[in-house]
Design a protein around this ligand. Structure first.
Ligand SMILES: [Fe+2]
Length: 587
């Protein structure tokens, strides 16, 4: 607890210092962009449109409401998939459903999913929609990959088409020894990333070249794609949202664009930075969440082997989330209210009725329910006592008269789990044998085991991360988690950069190709570097001319052709601190 307290004090001081540092260093770090006084020159919308002339912000979640980029379906070949579509009051017919190769895939294929049935349905999160459950078959010859989902139907004599990026992962089979990866607090457009001028290049703060923006996140994503876990959990704070009242409009668009660089399915819950409500413009971050990512909370299965709950731990009434869109935000703290708790209980009870023995049960929540402000601060301090007394006067109970006061106490003692629901969540985890909690928010690695539950808090993919910018990989081994989630010391995450040195810019592992890997080569050589102090198993993509190939160094995992191109994937394990070569040549 003492370490946490030190962190908290540092965190408050850090925010103030980093904002001041930001103002000082901005001119050097702004890549020649002209500062616009309209918004203080911070996260400037003018710069954004200048750099992205084709930029069209817009909601991504429209007709298709499941599966989504944030709540994808992992679907076995040859099985039925049920899609939920909101026809927005229309009576639908003529359903056509397909899976398309990802935008970044050089091999473009479209697979039609045979229609099975469509009938009226419901949605727990989109209650005012006209929901249809559309069941289709996933043919057994579709290559194992992540796909965009496209839905077309006719309504009132005209065709409606909607698509959802990265919504369906097709698998040959579910693996008993599956792996998943935990990323958190990626904070696209955070000015805290330019508080250290030696890191300006890696921060890539609104660099006009999108390939040079937020390199820490781009490099993390490149590593994730090479590791190719069965899925990724992303536990909130996707954006910054604390600078000006307009910034969600471009930050959500930008983080969505970044997440589309992932080649693996990702499940995403919100954090406090994603959900502020801004007084000046009536902008609600959680409305943006609905438009870009859909539900605020959900559950998902990895076949019969895992069931995860994803919670919104920034579950405050709007007035509690409202601020003036500057660094003086209303609250940073965690809360889960009764409606969500009831949903969680119902979901876990329903799963318990059908789950097979040995299923892994996990929880995703931005805030760790173990880390509570009321426990963290010295109870003997009269100022702390006064703070909680005033807090309770404003919030308990949450009557309209109390709510109108809002949370106008400042955020001095408001850092971690601040409101209701923490103990109730832990009780439900115990009751339904949830073995694992994945959390972020503190930007500090921490592993706590309590009552047989592993609470894993992971550092950020933002410069504030301690001990470095990183993520965790979890590997199941004979129905149990092995120790992959810690790197070296007891609680450490895997560093994105060699030895955690962000300014050095060298990745912990990477692939270097001899020729462009773009489908034009008839032979190719790749050198794979592992700079970690432990082995890694990677999936290395090769995009070749169509042909018959042999590979050396690694084993061929999958191959797919389209037109005159061929995509191959080679699996290889690289020992600690070493490099290996893969060659692909005509056989
Ligand atoms: Fe964060």
């Amino acid at each position: 607890m003492h370490i946490q307290n030190v962190f908290l004090f540092k965190h408050v001081r850090f925010l103030v210092l980093s904002f001041l540092a930001f103002l000082v260093f901005l001119p050097q770090a702004a890549y020649g962009a002209v500062l616009d006084p309209q918004d203080g020159g911070i996260g400037n919308t003018t710069h954004y449109s200048q750099f992205q002339p084709s930029f069209t912000p817009g909601k991504k979640v429209d007709h298709i409401i499941y599966p989504l980029l944030s709540t994808p379906a992992i679907q076995k070949q040859g099985t039925n998939l049920t899609i939920k579509v909101d026809t927005q009051g229309k009576s639908p017919g003529g359903w056509q459903i397909s899976l398309d190769s990802l935008e970044q895939s050089p091999v473009k294929n479209e697979y039609v999913l045979p229609f099975v049935s469509a009938k009226p349905g419901t949605s727990y999160w989109k209650k005012d929609g006209s929901i249809y459950d559309v069941t289709v078959k996933v043919p057994s010859n579709i290559p194992e990959a992540l796909y965009d989902l496209k839905v077309t139907y006719t309504a009132g004599g005209s065709a409606v088409t909607d698509s959802q990026a990265h919504a369906v992962k097709v698998v040959k089979s579910f693996k008993k020894n599956f792996s998943f990866l935990h990323l958190t607090d990626i904070h696209v457009a955070s000015p805290r990333n330019i508080s250290d001028p030696t890191n300006a290049e890696e921060a890539g703060f609104w660099n006009p070249d999108p390939n040079k923006r937020w390199l820490y996140l781009q490099k993390a994503i490149r590593e994730v794609n090479l590791l190719k876990p069965d899925f990724v959990a992303l536990t909130g704070d996707l954006v910054f949202g604390q600078m000006n009242p307009k910034e969600y409009a471009y930050e959500y668009e930008e983080v969505y664009r970044m997440l589309k660089q992932l080649n693996v399915p990702v499940y995403i819950v919100p954090g406090n930075h994603d959900g502020y409500a801004q007084d000046l413009t009536l902008t609600d971050g959680l409305k943006y969440w609905n438009d870009y990512f859909g539900p605020l909370y959900f559950s998902f299965n990895y076949g019969p082997y895992a069931h995860f709950i994803g919670l919104n731990s920034f579950d405050w009434n709007k007035i509690d989330r409202s601020g003036n869109g500057t660094v003086s935000v209303p609250t940073w703290g965690g809360q889960v209210l009764n409606e969500q708790l009831q949903w969680m209980k119902d979901d876990l009870a329903k799963n318990a009725a059908t789950a097979q023995a040995g299923q892994l049960h996990g929880l995703l929540a931005h805030n760790n329910p173990l880390f509570r402000d009321r426990d963290m601060w010295p109870q003997s301090d009269p100022e702390v006592q006064q703070y909680w007394k005033e807090y309770d006067r404003q919030h308990n109970p949450q009557t309209p008269a109390n709510l109108i006061l809002g949370e106008k106490l400042g955020t001095k003692y408001d850092q971690l789990w601040h409101g209701e629901g923490a103990q109730e969540i832990i009780n439900l985890m115990k009751q339904y044998h949830v073995q694992l909690g994945l959390h972020g928010h503190t930007h500090v690695d921490n592993i706590t085991q309590q009552d047989g539950i592993l609470y894993s808090t992971t550092t950020s993919v933002e410069l504030t991360g301690k001990p470095w910018i990183g993520y965790r990989i979890f590997q199941m081994n004979n129905g149990k988690l092995d120790s992959s989630y810690v790197y070296e010391n007891p609680d450490r995450s895997l560093p994105v950069y060699q030895n955690g040195d962000t300014a050095g810019g060298v990745m912990s592992f990477e692939v270097q190709y001899a020729s462009p890997n773009d489908g034009t080569a008839a032979s190719q050589t790749a050198v794979i570097y592992n700079r970690l102090n432990r082995p890694v198993t990677l999936y290395v993509p090769f995009y070749m001319e169509k042909g018959v190939y042999k590979t050396t160094g690694g084993s061929l995992y999958q191959t797919e052709t389209q037109g005159d191109k061929q995509a191959m994937e080679v699996q290889i394990t690289i020992p600690a601190n070493s490099s290996q070569q893969i060659t692909v040549s005509p056989s």
